[in-house]
Ligand binder design. Structure first.
Ligand code: PHE
Length: 338
């Protein structure tokens, strides 16, 4: 990890720790979401920001966008209550910090934030994506993110099973957040048996079968979809996994790059998260920066499936991992920018 810049500040209104990590601006200004999450210590939020901003460099580059990678973290430490007033104060504090980058970093929604929060950030800086539609933005990026993952999942199924039909397949979705919830419906509509899990029991409904989060990753399935936070695919877990195909929207699913090799050695196809999860940022940047229409932007999101097929085919042909091939795609773009 070689980051260009990190700014850490205590918000003067909120008293919360704000972190903006810029991994790379080689391809253009950095773009990446604003994560609002509880951490045992703000330093854990810093670690998260460093890893997530690096992942955004890969995501934006692999998707062919003229943007670099960055990420914001608003770290809630134990004992700090997030009242609506403090939330608003923290978003204004962060807006001020974003503005200090003079246009070399743009924020957007991420875990813990949405379009209404972006409207608050926008009171301090224009450098923020996904404002509510009523304020002239495209609103939530969840639907295009889910679409990009769905297309990746179909491409993966065609590669692994020889058919992209989901009829009769069991798909386990771990995490029913804004993207996971949409995916569950899409995959069920395509004829799959869907099993879901979430740390929040209240998300359990009659719509889908339910397993606890501890069991989700080990549940017998054809396809496993990590759709919560990262760091779920560990070396310890690899021998216990059952699904031959893993693809999902969670960022930084692997605890380390070596896990990609261990998955491949077990014959499990893992589709790199930074490729599969790019639908949101692709859609939003094409609409809000390039001025493309809804359908044209969705076509570019669907093209993520083509990239996935290419990555999987190349990895098979070269005897490498999909991670290695996706990384060469990223490296090629970063090198041509120099
Ligand atoms: N949270 C998004 C992601 O991880 C980042 C993002 C979305 C950035 C929308 C800008 C606009 O890809």
């Amino acid at each position: 990890m070689e980051h260009e810049e990190v700014r850490i500040r205590r918000g003067r209104r909120s008293g919360l720790t704000l972190i903006i990590a810029i991994h790379s601006r080689a391809l253009g200004p950095a773009a990446g979401g604003i994560r609002l999450r509880r951490y045992p210590d703000w330093r854990d939020g810093l670690t998260d920001a460093l890893r997530l901003s690096e992942a955004m460099t890969a995501k934006n580059a692999a998707a062919g966008l003229g943007f670099g990678g960055g990420k914001s973290v608003i770290a809630l430490e134990p004992g700090t209550e997030l009242t609506p007033a403090r939330r608003e104060a923290a978003l204004l504090d962060l807006g001020e910090l974003i503005e200090s980058f003079d246009g070399s970093y743009f924020g957007g929604p991420d875990v813990g934030t949405g379009p209404d929060d972006m409207a608050v950030v926008h009171r301090e800086t224009p450098r923020v994506f996904c404002l509510p539609e009523s304020s002239g933005g495209v609103g939530s990026s969840s639907a295009p993110t889910a679409l990009g993952v769905f297309e990746s999942l179909l491409a993966g199924a065609a590669h692994v099973f020889g058919s992209d039909s989901l009829r009769g397949r069991t798909v386990v979705i771990s995490g029913l957040g804004s993207v996971g919830g949409l995916l569950a419906r899409q995959v069920a509509d395509a004829g799959a048996r869907v099993v879901v899990s979430d740390v929040d029991e209240s998300k359990r409904t009659a719509d889908h079968e339910w397993v606890t989060p501890e069991k989700a990753l080990r549940t017998p399935a054809d396809i496993l979809v990590p759709a919560a936070v990262g760091g779920v695919l560990t070396p310890e877990l690899v021998p216990e996994l059952s699904a031959p195909l893993i693809v999902g929207p969670a960022n930084n699913q692997l605890t380390g790059d070596a896990v990609a090799g261990e998955l491949a050695a077990r014959g499990i196809v893992w589709i790199p998260d930074f490729v599969a999860s790019a639908g949101g940022v692709v859609y939003v940047l094409l609409r809000e920066v390039e001025g493309l229409g809804h359908e044209d932007a969705l076509d570019r999101v669907r093209a993520i499936g083509v990239t996935v097929s290419r990555v999987l085919d190349t990895a098979s042909a070269n005897g490498t991992t999909p991670l290695r091939e996706a990384q060469s795609l990223v490296d090629a773009r970063l090198i041509s920018a120099r």
